[in-house]
Write a protein that binds this ligand. Structure first.
Ligand SMILES: C[S@@+](CC[C@H](N)C(=O)[O-])C[C@H]1O[C@@H](n2cnc3c(N)ncnc32)[C@H](O)[C@@H]1O
Length: 229
């Protein structure tokens, strides 16, 4: 599938030269978990074992969060997108000992998955510590845009969840503003503890551990039940 999107949202695809082990895993293990995107296909068909629902992680980095979820929830199909080759390679080293059958990887732009997914076909979408693009002239590169929230609302099932986390105050305010203004999402936080403390069922991520810009904040939005056709 073409990845010719009008605007590039990520930095580099290539990092330092891969070790022989990682290069080997890319040739042997990655093909077994690579997502072969079929436009309009129900995402359950991507898995060889039966799955009850599908969760999508956008920009999984080295994949710690996604791998932990796949191991904790064997009945859930996990799909992750990450264009950075070294990140994907690192995930492969983490999973090589015991590769979970319920995990699929797209080494590329998450938008290719989103545009291919049928309406209301996934239960959760995670965007965790995305690149903040702090300069005003780069804000258009932020993954979260109002149009992207509309795309999330299209692919999420009613009552589905969109999770967002960041340590960048500017990107947090940006996302909150757009999600609160979006007719299909509800933010159910009742008190600061609901967004300043990572819920126990969210595995940590590598970027979160660094939290270079400020304290991490965790936002969980629910897709409204009502589907407006
Ligand atoms: C700051 S890192 C965070 C990685 C990971 N979520 C974590 O918390 O450790 C953001 C990641 O998003 C990825 N990314 C950026 N644009 C993307 C896109 N359009 N589709 C998928 N991943 C993307 C980048 O390659 C990068 O690895």
């Amino acid at each position: 599938m073409s990845e010719d999107f009008p605007r590039k949202l990520y930095g580099r695809r290539k990092g330092p030269k891969l070790s022989a082990h990682k290069a080997d895993l890319r040739l042997t293990l990655l093909p077994q978990h690579a997502l072969n995107i079929v436009p309009g296909a129900g995402p359950g068909t991507y898995f060889t074992t039966p799955v009850t629902e599908i969760w999508l992680e956008i920009g999984f980095g080295a994949g710690e969060h996604m791998l932990a979820l796949a191991r904790q929830n064997s009945a859930i199909g996990l799909i992750g997108a990450e264009p950075y080759e070294s990140g994907v390679a690192k995930l492969l080293t983490h999973m090589a000992d015991d590769p979970p059958p319920n995990l699929k990887i797209h080494e590329g732009d998450a938008r290719a998955i989103l545009t291919a997914l049928p309406d209301h076909s996934i239960a959760k979408v995670f965007v965790l510590f995305p690149d903040p693009w702090p300069k005003t002239r780069h804000h258009k590169r932020r993954f979260i845009q109002s149009e992207m929230l509309t795309q999330f609302a299209r692919v999420l099932k009613p009552g589905g969840e969109f999770r967002f986390a960041s340590d960048d105050a500017g990107y947090l305010a940006w996302t909150l503003e757009r999600a609160l203004a979006h007719p299909d999402f509800v933010w159910s936080a009742k008190s600061p503890v609901d967004f300043t403390v990572r819920p126990a069922h969210w595995p940590p991520t590598r970027y979160e551990a660094k939290a270079l810009h400020g304290p991490p904040i965790y936002l969980s939005f629910q897709r409204r039940d009502k589907i407006v056709p």
